[in-house]
Design a binder for this molecule. Structure first.
Ligand SMILES: Nc1ncnc2c1ncn2[C@@H]1O[C@H](COP(=O)(O)OP(=O)(O)OP(=O)(O)O)[C@@H](O)[C@H]1O
Length: 440
């Protein structure tokens, strides 16, 4: 069965780029009838916190993403120790004693000589006596993974046929001098033992894939399929990072955006489609197709999100929002004003305008308003009242178009723009309309 995973490090609040990856994984699982694993990659003890871990869960839940399985790497340290032992035993993990300063000097010398700064594997030449002498001086080794054999190749579900040139890579450090296993080792051990079938992640991980393919093999696991999605950037083309806090889900949620409009925009832009909203999760799943994801780097701004939010709200029926509307906002108000709001909270403005009192500019046109007041049809009012009334006012005053409608709109709502007055008029009601026309 398909098993995919989203594996963030709990080192900050999730941003839109992370949300994109989580969403694609979740939709991939749902579409294929598979399972979705949330795994917190929290081996970086200095930067990971329990508060960020909890925030990741609540941000994902808010976005509408549910996980079938949950794991955290800090619970699996014994498994990484077992992997380390296996790799040492097979000779794929070797001890290195260079200090960061020595390594920097080596790199500098290689660059000066016009060579790529690849680790020279000097540590492989150390004998047992050399190592014992270094350790007697209190130097503890870090451990590198020996890359070997052919260049790793894979058929990336997004990038197409891909490969990594081993010769241009340093043997990666998998275990720090303090014994802490690094991300690459922990992640391959998890993906292997948990039997992840597809690794779907950002293109920032492309260069890790070559190493990881070798590591899957060295640890005796079948390699999963890979898909590397383009990285999302902000409106200026800048990358996103949890550390900077740009376009965080938290800030987008606080600004009143609907999770579905965020998910729709991520999916549509990722698939290179016009930004049309999906009104619910089944339609997101229906619209999802991993084969449609391209290489272009989508740029996202808050304006794009606001525009998508407005489009989504305009299409939502009352039942989809009823439990989140302010008290007293009924189906008639929703249908009357939904086409004029960008965020759900904007409905409160129109609710206030309907109920009054409204701030209106000093009327420039009292003659027109007096006549209009005199021509108000009797109750009951419905959606046809506006047309009948303004037709009568037009016949009585000779006013038409903007010269007729703008003064009426201003007097009734205090705004130059807004929802169709045909829909608002019955909500405002005859008594308030009369009062607003005559107030001076
Ligand atoms: N801008 C982005 N666009 C698309 N995917 C991204 C982006 N940034 C990170 N990802 C993906 O999000 C997933 C979680 O990664 P990770 O927790 O390392 O996020 P990060 O934002 O890169 O973290 P940090 O800023 O803390 O280094 C990974 O699959 C990574 O590829």
């Amino acid at each position: 069965m398909t098993l995919v995973r989203f594996a963030p490090s709990p080192t900050g609040r999730l941003h839109l780029g992370n949300a994109f990856i989580a969403l694609v994984n979740s939709l991939f699982a749902r579409k294929s009838g598979g399972r979705f694993l949330l795994r917190l990659d929290d081996t970086d003890r200095e930067r990971s916190t329990a508060a960020f871990a909890a925030a990741i869960e609540s941000d994902l839940a808010w976005l509408g993403i549910e996980w079938d399985e949950f794991a955290r790497q800090s619970d699996r340290l014994d498994r990484y120790d077992a992997a380390i032992d296996r790799l040492k035993a097979s000779g794929r993990l070797y001890a290195c004693y260079e200090t960061p300063e020595e390594l920097a000097l080596k790199r500098k010398a290689q660059l000066n000589a016009g060579r790529p700064p690849v680790y020279d594997r000097a540590a492989l030449a150390l004998g047992d006596a050399d190592k014992a002498a270094l350790e007697a001086k209190g130097i503890r080794p870090h451990w590198r993974f020996l890359l070997q054999g052919d260049d790793p190749r894979w058929a990336d579900l997004v990038q197409g046929d891909s490969h990594i040139q081993i010769a241009s890579m340093s043997d990666p450090v998998l275990v720090r001098a303090d014994g802490v296993p690094l991300y690459t080792l922990a992640s391959v051990m998890d993906d292997g033992e948990m039997a992840v079938t597809h690794i779907i992640r950002g293109a920032d991980h492309l260069s890790n894939t070559g190493v990881q393919l070798q590591l899957f093999e060295a640890l005796g696991f079948a390699a999963p399929a890979f898909a590397h999605l383009p990285l999302i950037s902000d409106a200026e083309g800048q990358g996103l990072s949890k550390r900077i806090g740009s376009l965080s889900l938290e800030s987008l949620r606080d600004s009143g955006l609907e999770p579905l409009s965020i998910a729709s925009l991520l999916l549509r832009l990722g698939q290179g489609e016009p930004p049309e909203p999906c009104p619910d999760w089944p339609s997101l799943i229906e619209a999802f197709d991993i084969a449609k994801f391209g290489h272009a780097t989508p740029r996202l701004s808050e304006d794009d999100l606001t525009a998508m939010n407005a489009k989504l709200l305009h299409a939502l029926p009352y039942a989809a929002v009823a439990d989140r509307l302010p008290e007293g906002a009924d189906a008639a108000l929703w249908e009357a004003v939904k086409g004029n709001i960008q965020r759900l909270s904007d409905i409160a403005d129109w609710q206030r305008i309907v109920a009054g009192p409204v701030e209106t500019p000093p009327p420039a046109d009292s003659e027109l308003l007096d006549k209009a007041a005199g021509l108000l049809p009797p109750d009951p009012w419905d959606a046809s009242t506006w047309k009948a009334w303004t037709k009568a006012v037009q016949e009585a005053t000779g006013r038409k178009g903007k010269a007729l409608f703008l003064p009426l709109r201003l007097a009734l709502t205090g705004r130059e723009h807004g929802p169709e007055l045909a829909n608002l008029l019955p909500l405002i009601g005859r008594a308030r309309v009369l009062d607003r026309l005559c107030r001076r």
